[in-house]
Design a protein around this ligand. Structure first.
Ligand code: GLC
Length: 548
């Protein structure tokens, strides 16, 4: 299927000073961040307890993955009640207190919104099951008659992103329902006005409580081609979220235009950030036109391997595409769905997009990966736009690459019969204190996923105050980034040796050596480097520096 790319007309945008244009946003995966009630699963009180830590890191905002009522079939991305907190994470007033404490420290709070699907435990889906074919209740979802004499075959060949059919049959009926993800995540019918009205109310519910924005889950999937035409892809990457009648349809933009208006009903610069795995960048930029969302995750940057030319190209393309619509670019290296970049950069071919790593697969070179990840942090935080940090990244945390199958929880692992390892390895709870059980993650020493022993050396307490540590590197970087206004600066490339990136952002000169050999360190006052500079004018292999 080919995509017709219509270029947007060039418009003069007045780029404002909204906080999100240059913000450093820290992703919290609540179940793995900090556990205050000792059940081995992180919670909202745990997050509150770490606000001083987040504040001293120097971030501008946090984004929380889902904490709503949910059977947790997909770690909370299966929402049963959008306006309540799951008891696993606490209560609504814990949320309010956390929000207040974050705001007191000047930290904005973005929450996750999951509009493509609900949980099958949602009251809407439960009542749909109890009402006859063609009822208003069923019309909120995508029910369809199966093929074959008795409806025994799925309505079309669509595959779930997590593997297997994207359809499940209602027992005893000819009807099936669509789920682009797990069977516990039925897709909503966004042609139904009631669905649209409900989500506007959900936005208002949280905006009234004071949230500063929403991260919109699979923002490119809400609208499907009418009639749900048959479609099959040969390319697993393609069927995993890019091309097809279920992705990136024109109709999604109307939804975001209406949400943009809802946000404007409230004071302050509230924002929407799109999780949209669409390509090319010009297509992604359509989600951040001035009357739609405000940011979109730059997954092209995340997927680019340790290669100077490829990185420069993706930086240029993404900045140009975003500038075309007056939006900031984002820079993202890791999140809860991808192998942590520290480990990706330690693979012999970091260009691949590994779908999880287990003991039977190539093990990353941990030291090399960390070295590159530290250098990559100097690149990311020197670029104009907004930068994301995935919890633990500031500790240089690697993926858990030897997690036993018995511990796995990701539906992707089960729906592919273990062929795809899944995402548990990047979701392992954070080590806070090296000497304690669960490395200080839980007050009772419990942890919903086992942590590897190597986490002891990555614990926050070990790194705190050690100028060589990754944690202190991040703190200094964020401070300098703020001091020199790099997030709202501009980038000028300078001629450089092969495998080296060299550019200026305002008064700062940035050099990244992506090769395995030392290179020349430009003249200037050294502000920060990812590795010690032991020889004058020499930048070691796989290292980076900022100079003035
Ligand atoms: C997004 C989330 C992912 C979730 C999926 C289904 O991609 O980031 O974690 O499994 O949507 O909601």
């Amino acid at each position: 299927m080919s995509i017709h790319i219509k270029e947007e007309p060039m418009t003069e945008y007045r780029v404002g000073a909204e906080w999100w244009r240059s913000a450093v946003i820290y992703q919290i995966y609540p179940r793995s961040f900090a556990d205050a009630n000792g059940d081995g699963i992180g919670d909202l009180v745990g997050i509150s307890s770490k606000i001083p830590y987040l504040s001293s890191l120097g971030i501008d905002a946090i984004w929380l993955s889902p904490f709503y009522r949910s059977p947790q079939m997909d770690a909370g991305y299966d929402v049963a009640d959008y306006c309540d907190v799951d008891p696993l994470f606490g209560r609504l007033d814990d949320f309010d207190r956390m929000l207040e404490q974050a705001h007191e420290k000047g930290i904005k709070v973005i929450i996750d919104l999951v509009p493509n699907h609900t949980s099958s435990a949602h009251s809407w889906f439960q009542s749909a099951l109890k009402t006859p074919v063609g009822s208003a209740e069923r019309n909120r979802y995508l029910f369809s008659d199966g093929k074959g004499e008795n409806g025994e075959f799925p309505p079309n060949k669509w595959q779930s992103v997590f593997g297997g059919d994207a359809w499940s049959r209602i027992p005893g009926e000819t009807q099936w329902y669509l789920h682009l993800f797990d069977s516990s995540q039925p897709d909503l019918n966004w042609e139904c006005p009631e669905v649209r009205a409900e989500f506007e109310d959900i936005l208002r519910f949280w905006l009234k409580r004071g949230v500063d924005g929403f991260r919109v889950d699979v923002a490119h999937s809400l609208v499907k081609v009418p009639g749900l035409p048959d479609w099959e892809s040969e390319d697993p990457e393609e069927s995993a979220m890019n091309v097809g009648p279920m992705w990136d349809q024109e109709g999604v933009h109307d939804i975001y235009r209406s949400w943009n208006k809802v946000l404007k009903e409230f004071a302050g610069d509230r924002m929407l950030v799109a999780e949209a795995w669409v390509q090319p960048q010009s297509r992604l930029a359509r989600y951040v036109r001035s009357d739609e969302m405000h940011q979109a995750f730059n997954f092209d940057y995340l997927l680019t391997h340790w290669d100077a030319r490829a990185l420069r190209e993706v930086i240029d393309t993404s900045m140009a595409a975003a500038a075309h619509v007056g939006a900031p670019t984002t820079w993202v290296m890791s999140n809860h769905d991808t192998v942590r970049h520290t480990s990706r950069y330690g693979l012999s071919n970091p260009g691949t997009r590994p779908r999880g790593i287990d003991a039977s697969r190539e093990q990353p070179d941990e030291a090399l990966g960390l070295r590159r990840a530290r250098a990559a942090a100097l690149l990311t935080h020197a670029l104009p736009g907004s930068a994301y940090i995935y919890q633990g990244e500031e500790l240089g945390l690697p993926e858990h690459t030897t997690l036993d199958a018995a511990h796995r929880q990701d539906p992707r692992f089960f729906r592919t019969n273990g062929e795809e390892v899944g995402r548990d390895g990047c979701r392992v709870p954070i080590p806070w204190v090296s000497g304690e059980a669960s490395y200080g993650f839980s007050t009772a020493g419990e942890s919903w996923l086992p942590q590897p022993e190597s986490f002891a050396q990555y614990s926050a307490d070990v790194q705190q105050g050690n100028p060589q540590s990754t944690l202190e590197l991040y703190r200094q970087l964020l401070q300098l980034r703020r001091e020199y206004g790099l997030g709202s600066g501009s980038l000028t490339w300078l001629p450089s040796a092969q495998g080296v990136l060299l550019f200026d952002n305002g008064p700062i000169r940035i050099v990244i050596n992506l090769t395995d050999m030392a290179t020349a360190l430009p003249d200037g006052q050294l502000l920060i480097s990812s590795e010690p500079i032991n020889q004058p004018y020499v930048l070691p292999a796989n290292a980076a520096a900022w100079l003035r």
